[in-house]
Design a protein around this ligand. Structure first.
Ligand code: IPD
Length: 267
């Protein structure tokens, strides 16, 4: 069952990504602002979410939907699809090839920390990269099995992070970053949380952390990173990833990274 759900996630995310990539070549218009003047929505975000909803409900009419751009739809089956039509909207706007369609299916209450993620897919249509995974089934990139990095020394770790859109939150995040940057090999800010999490799954990054992620930003990527053997969760060991905090790391550095983040003042 989980594998079939993964295959459906791959099918719809890939088709949605192809459409969004085509629209990108035709130009992008900002259609609305959300939490701040820099938090934009494009027409493609909205149209891609509509497409994902139609495809998923056509295949599984009793499932719920929780998406970035639309109203939620309650589940009658116990499963909810958590979708980000375009993660990395600002990259999409600027034609930076680091945006993704993220589709996950979760069981139970569709609330991070309480849900159980069953399957997920993150597609970077520009690079033609399809990350997928299902609970207990491992994670793949274009069908190739993924394994998180074997890094054991935080000082040599390449670590990604991200920033929220609100000015106060950004200032706090920048202050933490200032203290962290001397304790790791280097920092990356790529601009799409789902791809950062998949980067940890692929061993292209040794770790990633961010505060303030929304459910659709991390649902699929966190499953894929976990299935690739990364340690994924919140700031406290054993806690789950939530809006409060999301961390994914090579198991050999997760403890040291958590301790360094606490030292750096993560609240
Ligand atoms: C954003 C991206 C970004 C992360 C932000 C997210 P959006 O999602 O994933 O990398 O730092 O926290 O909100 O707005 O592009 O879907």
């Amino acid at each position: 069952m989980s594998r079939e759900l993964q295959d459906l996630a791959v099918r719809v995310a890939t088709a949605a990504g192809e459409r969004a990539a085509t629209w990108r070549t035709q130009g992008v218009e900002v259609s609305a602002l959300k939490s701040s003047p820099t938090d934009v929505v494009t027409e493609a975000d909205e149209a891609t979410e509509t497409f994902l909803r139609e495809q998923l409900l056509d295949a599984r009419p009793d499932d719920g939907i929780l998406g970035e751009e639309g109203d939620g739809l309650a589940s009658r089956s116990g499963l909810t699809w958590v979708v980000d039509p375009i993660d990395g909207t600002v990259n999409y706007l600027y034609d930076i090839p680091a945006w993704a369609v993220s589709v996950a299916v979760v069981e139970g209450d569709p609330e991070p920390g309480r849900w159980r993620t069953v399957a997920g897919c993150v597609v970077n249509p520009v690079l033609g990269e399809v990350y997928a995974g299902f609970a207990g089934g491992g994670a793949t990139l274009n069908g190739r099995r993924l394994t998180a990095s074997g890094r054991t020394d935080l000082g040599r770790a390449l670590v990604a992070t991200g920033f929220g859109y609100a000015a106060t939150r950004r200032r706090e995040q920048a202050e933490v970053l200032l203290r962290m940057i001397t304790r790791v090999r280097d920092i990356r800010r790529m601009g799409a949380a789902s791809l950062d999490l998949c980067g940890v799954a692929a061993g292209r990054l040794d770790a990633y952390w961010e505060r303030g992620l929304q459910p659709w930003d991390h649902a699929a990527g966190a499953l894929i990173a976990r299935e690739a053997g990364a340690t994924v969760g919140g700031l406290a060991p054993g806690s789950r990833e939530t809006e409060e905090f999301t961390l994914a790391a090579a198991p050999g550095i997760s403890g040291a990274l958590r301790a360094a983040l606490v030292d750096a003042g993560v609240p």
